[in-house]
Design a binder for this molecule. Structure first.
Ligand code: GTP
Length: 304
């Protein structure tokens, strides 16, 4: 599990810990232990699960969401809820003679406030998701299959591209789409000079530049290693080549800074394009464009 986001949430982590500590201190400090015979174990299991799951939700939020308004509101709301859930749990094993009314008020108010804050956060999350969906459109086509995502670039894999090409072939009576395959030149040398991590970082940055230069209907996937494959629905070969040329130009002009140093490294791509022809299958069109790209690379040509 990747815990790197946790380091960016120290304040929210403290809020959750403070809520847990305060509720435990209050509920244990103000009460007296019940006799074992008076404890309802069924209630303990039910309320214990609510408290534990609230803690688990906070943990998963902290390790999976970046800092921001939505994350803060969700964690603060859940921490309020956790506060009430812990009081509720502990009063199964403690009884409160003099403070019962005060504690029951303290117990019910934070969970209500927590629910309100979380409802606000969920609405904000919904708004955030609408924006993210727009950005995701070029990463994914008609379906979402997270087991086909390449975790380095967050682009879909070649397998996903095959399914999307197949659906293009099935949906149109005469195929009217093009594909482009891009390959980074001398990526092996870059890996050897700056290390594999920097190579991964470069793949991510290049993916972002590729996406930035696509239209909302196009799709980019990682084919293999330093090869990317693009799908342009309803697009002729010439237009697809023009877009690929723009991507190539954009990448050639970006100064990549390995290890955040002052050094600038520029990258060049080779690409090949193919249009679908009658009788094509996803494999045949991918093989054609792959072969064409290999041919260009062998002859040192920029593109076809
Ligand atoms: N960092 C990183 N490197 C990868 C990954 N997948 C493949 N590679 C590396 O990509 C390199 C591809 O090497 P080549 O196919 O020779 O490509 P190239 O060096 O760009 O050579 P040309 O295409 O002929 O210019 C190899 O060093 C692989 O180890 C990855 O996920 N991350």
């Amino acid at each position: 599990m990747n815990l790197s986001l946790l380091a960016q949430h120290q304040r929210l982590f403290s809020v959750a810990c403070a809520s847990l500590t305060l509720s435990l201190t209050l509920s244990i400090g103000l009460g007296q232990a019940k006799a074992l015979a008076d404890i309802s174990w069924l209630d303990m299991i039910g309320e214990g699960s609510v408290a534990l799951l609230s803690l688990a939700w906070i943990f998963f939020l902290l390790v999976s969401r970046p800092p921001g308004r939505v994350t803060s509101a969700l964690v603060i709301g859940l921490s309020c809820f956790l506060f009430s859930a812990v009081l509720d749990l502990v009063d199964e094993v403690m009884f409160y003679e003099h403070t019962a009314t005060g504690l029951s008020m303290i117990e019910s108010i934070p969970s209500g406030i927590g629910m309100l804050i979380m409802s606000y956060a969920l609405y904000q999350w919904h708004q955030e998701q609408l924006i993210l969906n727009k950005q995701l459109q070029k990463r994914e086509s008609n379906s979402r299959e997270h087991d086909q995502v390449d975790f380095i670039t967050a682009l879909y894999s070649a397998e996903y591209m095959r399914t999307q090409i197949d659906s293009q072939l099935q949906n149109s009576s005469s195929p009217g789409f093009s594909v482009v395959m891009l390959d980074i030149n001398n990526f092996d040398l870059f890996n050897r000079q700056y290390g594999h991590d920097q190579g991964d970082h470069l793949l991510r940055e290049l993916s972002d530049i590729i996406l930035m230069n696509l239209r909302s209907t196009d799709l980019a996937c990682r084919y293999a290693g330093d090869r990317f494959i693009l799908l342009f629905p309803d697009t002729d070969l010439r237009t697809a080549e023009q877009i690929a040329e723009q991507i190539k130009l954009a990448i050639a002009n970006i100064a990549f800074k390995p290890n955040q140093s002052g050094e600038s490294v520029y990258h060049h791509l080779t690409f090949a394009a193919e249009s679908a022809i009658t009788g094509d299958a996803s494999d045949s069109i991918l093989q054609r464009v792959n072969r064409r790209l290999d041919m260009f690379k062998q002859h040192g040509q920029a593109h076809g």
